[in-house]
Design a protein. Structure first.
Length: 67
C-alpha cells in the first residue's frame, strides 16, 4: 500500500505524541510508592513504547525513500 508523504508525516507526528504520553505514564507508575503494584501496566506501556518506536523507524524509512 502506498501512502503520501503527508500521511506518513502525520502518522509519525501522532506516534510521537503517543510515545510522549506513554513515557510519562511509565514515569508516573515508577514514581509511585509501590511501583510493583503496577507491574502489568508498566509492562504494557513499555511494550507499546517499543512497538511505536519500531513503527516510527519504519515510517522514517519510507519517508527517506520519498526524498
Amino acid at each position: 500500500m502506498n501512502y503520501s508523504r503527508e500521511q506518513l508525516t502525520e502518522a509519525r507526528r501522532q506516534i510521537d505524541s503517543t510515545l510522549h504520553k506513554l513515557r510519562e505514564v511509565v514515569r508516573t507508575f515508577e514514581a509511585k510508592e509501590e511501583p510493583g503494584r503496577y507491574k502489568s501496566q508498566l509492562t504494557l506501556a513499555r511494550r507499546r513504547i517499543e512497538a511505536f518506536t519500531i513503527a516510527n523507524a519504519l515510517i522514517q524509512r519510507e519517508l527517506d525513500k520519498t526524498e
